[in-house]
Design a protein around this ligand. Structure first.
Ligand SMILES: [Zn+2]
Length: 257
């Protein structure tokens, strides 16, 4: 499988009708008994919640978010597919945010409609989306696992960032193995300036040392001790990137494998 070679210095691939995708997500969530919650009205941000299956003890709380960058359509599409297929670990409770930046998708741009990169807002939030998201997060319990779905137009294949400061059993290899079934893995030894191995980046970062927090730093500091940022390569077909993210999420569920 070869890259398309058209995403040079930016994303020039397919775009999506984010409102239609979110309507599909809501319909799928409702039809499978999820709770649908509006985190914010303008812009409209949605959260879907599902408790562990009835009669089964909750063993994990899993958080999944997508669409914080408006030129990364594979994330919301992957969430739509996951909601429509409705195959989740029965002992997990789930919190799913299908799109954190709907105004960015309307203009096919990383930032929101006001030009703010929302994934740099999480230490000193000013954007309405981030303020609403953080206020909502503060009302939720801690999560055992957080997955943030992204794309990278510079990537040569799929890769993942792991934030795992306590050295819990890593899910990174399982995530990459599943993604590799449908998408090339980025073989680079340096990705985004960080050492990488087989598509896995394990940055030793202290969030307090960084002024502009991505969502994952807020999650790591306040809500979880295990976080993965999944990066699909934008220079491949959209269907491949969606399949990679869906497979990667499923790989993270392979806890017993
Ligand atoms: Zn991104």
């Amino acid at each position: 499988m070869q890259p398309l070679g058209k995403n040079i210095n930016g994303y020039f691939g397919e775009t999506i009708d984010i409102d239609a995708v979110l309507n599909d997500c809501t319909a799928a969530a409702r039809s499978h008994g999820w709770i649908v919650e509006a985190i914010s009205e303008t812009p409209k941000l949605l959260a879907f919640l599902h408790p562990a299956s009835r009669g089964i003890q909750e063993r994990a709380r899993i958080y999944i978010s997508a669409g914080i960058h408006g030129d990364e359509p594979a994330g919301p599409l992957a969430v739509r597919q996951l909601l429509e297929e409705d195959q989740w670990p029965s002992d997990a409770s789930l919190w799913v945010l299908p799109c954190l930046n709907p105004t960015g998708f309307a203009v096919n741009r990383r930032e929101n409609a006001n030009g703010i990169d929302l994934n740099r807002q999480y230490l000193e939030p000013k954007a309405q989306e981030t303020v609403a998201h953080i206020n909502w997060l503060k009302r939720q319990p801690a999560f055992d696992l957080c997955l943030c779905l992204h794309e990278d137009w510079e990537a040569h294949g799929f890769y993942v960032y792991e934030l795992n400061p306590e050295g819990q059993p890593s899910l990174a290899e399982k995530i990459v193995a599943r993604a590799a079934e449908v998408c090339p893995i980025d073989p680079s030894e340096l990705i985004e300036g960080r050492p990488a191995q087989n598509g896995i980046i394990r940055p030793s970062v202290d969030p307090r040392s960084r002024p502009q927090w991505p969502e994952s730093f807020f999650l790591l500091t306040h809500k979880t001790r295990l976080s993965y940022t999944l990066e699909a390569p934008s220079d491949f077909l959209l269907s491949v990137r969606v399949a990679a993210l869906v497979a990667a999420v499923r790989g993270a569920f392979d806890r017993e494998a």
